[in-house]
Design a protein around this ligand. Sequence first.
Ligand code: GLN
Length: 535
Amino acid sequence: MAKYVFVTGGVCSGLGKGITASSIALLLKGKGYKVFMQKFDPYMNVDPGTMSPIQHGEVFVTADGCETDLDLGHYERFIDEELNYTSNITNGKIYSSVIEKERRGDYLGATIQIVPHISNEIKNKIYEAGASSGADIVITEIGGTVGDIEGSVMMESLRQFKMEQGSANTFFVHTTLVPYIFGSNELKTKPTQSSIIELRRLGIQPDVIVTRSNIELGDAIKSKISLFGNIPKQNIIEAVDVNNIYQIPINFHRQHIEDIILEQFGLPITDSHLKYWEDLINTVDNLKNEIEISLVGKYIELHDAYLSVMEALKHAGYKHNLKIHINWVDSESLEKENCDLNAIFKNSKGILVPGGFGHRGVEGKIKACEYARTHKIPYLGLCLGMQVAVIEFARNVCHIEDASSREFNETCKNPVIDLMAEQKTIINMGGTLRLGNYECTIKKGTLTHKIYDADKILERHRHRYEFNNKYKEELENKGLVFSGINEPSNLVEIIEYPRHPFFVACQFHPEFKSRPTRPHPLFDAFIGAAKKYKK
Ligand code: GLN
């Protein structure tokens, strides 16, 4: 039987609830427990797959093809476990499933109500994660802030869950903000107090409070939170601002958060295995040199849209002892006639075009790709980044001037990127992309084979359009190499251009599989090439 830790948030969003949940999971794993993680999002979308990155940041994809909240990326990077469709539950999913059951007649004549039908469905999703993962401890984060109307049923379900399982099997962590007020020059506990009161009004007494602040709290502030929050002082865990998120687990460990949890669960408090993580932090804190990589996208003011890509670049940097400086390039700005590409890419040792949807900014991405190819700057293309590389090559090397993707030009005469037959009949936008793990066979003797050092790999996908095999021979004749193929469907997965120091692009999203202690081979090789280019 699993035990359950719930992480809620108060005062405001953006306090690092996801990092808190991930850190707790990492510490419990460090004690030898099998952990699993889950995120509940209170919005009505079934999943974030149909949401704009402006609304939601990146969509993280699990191996089994679930489109999820970006916090799952943090979870996987911290605990290094593959999560799945039980790991991201939304109100949209809960309500759809209840309504589906009602239509089927499963409720035998009952009036369907928020309590108990919706709340039961929520609790079932928590139990399901426990049962199907076989974990000792499940950590469930609740999105949003306590007091939100959307989240209220989820909170009610947690209250019921605790009633069913008791405090030996459930543990509540509440994250809040302790702001520093300039002028009076003091930390203020009132927002934290109010947020605990709000939580208690919903029937939940937190067991631990994680306080986000920019300076240490000090004893008097802790005593105050303890008194008003009904929390033992040692159960107030400070989350003082850090430069490097991977530092948080160690900061929590020093305050014994995992011991407090294990003690309540009546589980043995074993030794912690965290040396590997301390080594990582040591590496991150002592990176010697910096290197600039250009990231060409259309949401550059919104770094969350490229979170996993940024992290994957950093991970590769750790291995090469390099701090990554990202030169954020707005793809649309490259489309302007007077745009000076030499100035924009002046200091860049590598150019990366990440995934994306829609026509806006695509011509700029094609230009960036052409610049990388013709100036022999290392290029890494991810998903759309591979598609633009194909279009660029077809237009500028094979002289197929109107080459494009069916996505950007429906009547295109030379769709080098096209819709697969089975995608043509799809009506719904949600959940119908090619999603999750697909196998890829790597061609021997290629750079890709050298990078992966494997004949077959599994990578995560999230796209609708594919390379059009009709053009394969023509592009091959001009030197493009199709180095990775999904054999069952004969789909191009990876391309490379050997007449260039490093020009590799893939149809999948390698960024999702990168870990801080284990960079993804493609990112590793890309940063390696960028380092060489620097010399
Ligand atoms: N828009 C492209 C497609 O649907 C690429 C998607 C992506 O980059 N994730 O195929």
